[in-house]
Design a protein around this ligand. Structure first.
Ligand code: ADP
Length: 614
């Protein structure tokens, strides 16, 4: 095959342009990135060889080597991992594989200085090789194949691919160093870099060919006692396993001994991963068996609502040749999962006291995901309730647990009141809340879509039912108003609105389920509520958006007998005046306040126009 020259995809070209031209303060991280890729390649081979043992042949032990050639001025990172086919070389090294990179590129400002520091924090994987090399050659032979290919580029515009000779499986990354980068040819410098960034890599890293000198520690990081692992070591390990560039927000490391034995090292990231709301809800914790990598994201190892965790679980009990099929419904895996979930949740409960700010950050990032556990994991609901924080009408940030709420409930209050919607600030202004506020009754403000789902799955918390403020049948009159002034105000005479209610009912017909005098309104004239037994208004809207429901429940229109407008209309109703237009405008107003679309905006505009003209 002759050499093929292929242009880089636009994003890669852009990234490379920054990498090649920017001045980096810590170029040495290129080695960390290439070693991390090499270790991943070994893991991938290990996983495939579970079902195809012939792939590893007579070279079964995963190994990474760093070869220094001061004469040729090259640094080679060699692995005997999965390798790449010709197509994979083109695909993996010519387009952006890392999902975060594209997102990251969008955040770049174009200002070289700023972008360089950003990129330093983010890391650019394979492309970081171009920080130190003027030419990079990747010679790779895929496991199971006897063909090898060479990918070559100077990082500007294009790369070339051609057939190559390679006697063993895996990948060589050969860096032809830039003139000023001789330091990376020094053994001591390389030793130091590997110690600093890659000591934790669970694949042996050797300096030189043959027996070589092992550079990373033979004891796998997670098997070391907690007190012997430094914060920096945890951070570097976290970055490797999670392909992330932040520092973990929280680290949980423990050994379980007893019925089943395993070690777990789990991290809570400090930012939201890009795929947090991917519908597959896959977790990202690697499974090892006695220090040997088995698989990423073993199904069943963690529940979907803990998918934000990163790290490893290493089992002493599973067989080494455990296959994907064996893992499904495996009792050992199920027991590990139960143990891990309990441990993680209890740990987070403690964190609330030990590091309240840290926990608050975790809740901000992952609260919406943790709440999925409320309906998914009945068994751990009590623990989850200790973790769930809510914003309420009396708090500005999500700090209230349900237990706090219950402790603050008013005398005689037997329900937990909540309002759901798209965003808390809009929610806080809902007319339905007016009566609650006036009586000093706290209401939970729930704005995550998931809230619509866990709430119906919960009958009660500490014996208190959860009730939506958009429901009819809430008797607020048994609570006295919060401020004395309004309690002295004369109560509107409800009987006086009876003719108005009748007139509105007659006008609206069966568009609404009922028209009633309201106890929940103090400032607004009208609002819509759901009848007892009907779908809650906002849940129905959400289900419609998700195309899971296409019905339309009829609502109850509540009117505020004390409102000046209603007083005026009442007078007109008693005098036998025409209330047809007014009734429809009131209903449309209530719909607008509720965020419901108007079924006939033209009619609404016509009526309002007529009214204004009059
Ligand atoms: P990332 O590792 O985050 O996916 P990179 O840009 O570092 O991003 O690498 C791109 C892809 O190239 C990897 O996902 C992998 O498929 C492939 N790759 C890189 N290095 C190797 C290697 N040593 N062996 C096999 N495949 C590799």
């Amino acid at each position: 095959m002759t050499e093929q020259t292929i242009p880089f995809k636009a994003e890669v070209a852009r990234l490379l342009d920054i990498v090649v031209h920017a001045l980096y303060s810590n170029k040495e991280i290129f080695l960390r990135e290439l070693i991390s890729n090499a270790a991943d390649a070994c893991d991938k081979l290990r996983y495939q060889s579970l079902t195809q043992p012939e792939l590893t042949g007579d070279d079964p032990d995963p190994t990474i080597r760093i070869l220094l050639d001061p004469k040729g001025r090259t640094v080679t990172i060699r692995d005997n991992g999965i390798g790449m086919t010709q197509d994979e070389l083109v695909e993996n090294l010519g387009t952006i594989a890392r999902s975060g990179t594209a997102e990251f590129l969008k955040t770049l400002s174009g200002d070289a200085k700023k972008d360089t520091s950003l990129i330093g924090q983010f890391g650019v994987g394979f492309y970081s090789a171009f920080m130190v090399a003027e030419t990079v050659e990747v010679i790779s032979r895929k496991a199971g194949s006897d063909e090898a290919f060479c990918w070559r580029s100077s990082g500007i515009g294009t790369f070339a691919v051609e057939e190559a000779d390679k006697s063993s499986r895996g990948t060589d990354i050969i860096l032809y160093l830039k003139p000023d980068e001789d330091e990376f040819l020094e053994e001591d410098r390389v030793r130091h870099i590997v110690h600093t960034y890659s000591d934790h890599i669970p694949v042996p890293i050797f300096l030189g060919d043959g027996a070589g000198e092992r550079l990373n520690r033979p004891v796998t990081l997670w098997m070391r006692p907690r007190q012997d692992v430094t914060k920096d070591e945890y951070t570097e390990f976290y970055r490797h396993v999670s392909h992330a560039f932040d520092s973990p927000q929280h680290t949980i490391h423990w050994k379980a001994e007893g019925v089943i034995d395993y070690t777990a090292l789990l991290f809570v990231p400090s930012f939201k991963p890009f795929d947090l709301f991917d519908p597959r809800r896959q977790h990202h914790v690697k499974l090892y068996v006695r220090r040997v990598f088995i698989t990423d994201a073993a199904e069943g190892l963690l529940p979907g609502y803990l998918r934000f965790l990163r790290g490893v679980v290493d089992s002493e009990d599973l067989p080494l040749n455990v296959s994907r099929e064996m893992l499904q419904h495996n009792p050992v895996l199920a027991k590990m999962r139960a143990g891990i979930v309990k441990r993680v949740l209890s740990d987070l409960v403690k964190l609330q006291d030990n590091d309240p700010d840290g926990y608050a950050q975790i809740w901000t990032n992952f609260g919406a995901v943790l709440k999925e556990g409320l309906y998914e994991d009945q068994e751990n609901r009590d623990l989850l309730f200790k973790l769930c924080r809510f914003r309420t009408t009396t708090t500005d940030s999500p700090t209230t647990t349900l237990a706090d709420y219950v402790a603050r409930m008013k005398d005689g209050q037997d329900s937990i009141y909540y309002a759901t919607g798209d965003d808390v600030d809009t929610l806080a202004r809902s007319p339905q809340l007016e009566g609650f506020r006036a009586r000093g009754i706290e209401v939970l403000l729930l704005a995550d879509p998931i809230d619509e789902f866990w709430i119906p799955s919960i009958d009660a918390f500490e014996g208190k039912a959860l009730k939506s403020v958009t429901r009819a049948g809430i008797d607020l009159d048994k609570f006295s108003p919060a401020d004395a002034a309004s309690s002295d105000a004369p109560k509107p005479d409800e009987d006086s609105v009876i003719p108005l209610l009748a007139a509105i009912k007659a006008a609206l017909g069966d568009t609404v389920k009922d028209v009633r005098a309201s106890h929940r309104l103090t400032e607004s004239a009208v609002c819509l509520v759901a009848a007892e037994g009907d779908l809650d208004i906002r849940l129905e809207r959400l289900l419609k958006q998700q195309k899971q429901y296409d019905g339309a429940s009829k609502r109850i229109l509540e009117i505020n007998p004390a409102h000046p407008l209603i007083l005026k209309l009442t007078e007109r109703a008693s005098a036998g005046g025409d209330l047809n237009d007014a009734a429809w405008i009131l209903l449309d107003q209530a719909r607008l306040l509720e965020g419901e679309p108007l079924p006939d905006p033209m009619a609404f505009v016509k009526r309002v126009t007529a009214l204004m003209a009059a």
